[in-house]
Structures are given as C-alpha cells and as structure tokens.
Write a protein that binds this ligand. Structure first.
Ligand SMILES: [Zn+2]
Length: 60
C-alpha cells in the first residue's frame, strides 16, 4: 500500500485550502424589468429569458 512518507503540517493543509471558499455570485439586472437577476437564469420577476417570455408569472 502506498503511503505518504511524511506527515503534512496543519499549516500546509490550511494553505492549500485558502482558495477553497465560495464567493457569493454578483447578480446582474434583468433587461426587461431591471430587477436583480442571476446570469444564465430565467428572471424570477417577469419570467423573461433572452428577451422572450419563457415562464408564466402570477401577478399579485
Ligand atoms: Zn425581469
């Protein structure tokens, strides 16, 4: 069985994980209704995607 020759230090493992954290995505604005909308997603407010209605929205 292959095994590591030396134990890695806690610092070494932590240094490797410094880039693992996820960052919050920055939303863009919907060109149809100007509400914040995630990129490559259908707008949750007006149901538009690529200047086209693709999902029904119930207006309340
Ligand atoms: Zn919209």
């Amino acid at each position: 069985m292959p095994n590591p020759k030396r134990r890695h230090s806690k610092t070494r493992g932590r240094k490797r994980r410094t880039h693992d954290a996820l960052k919050a995505t920055t939303p863009g604005l919907c060109p149809q209704c100007s509400e914040p909308k995630a990129a490559h997603r259908v707008c949750r407010y007006c149901g538009f995607y690529r200047a086209r209605q693709v999902r029904a929205v119930n207006e309340d």
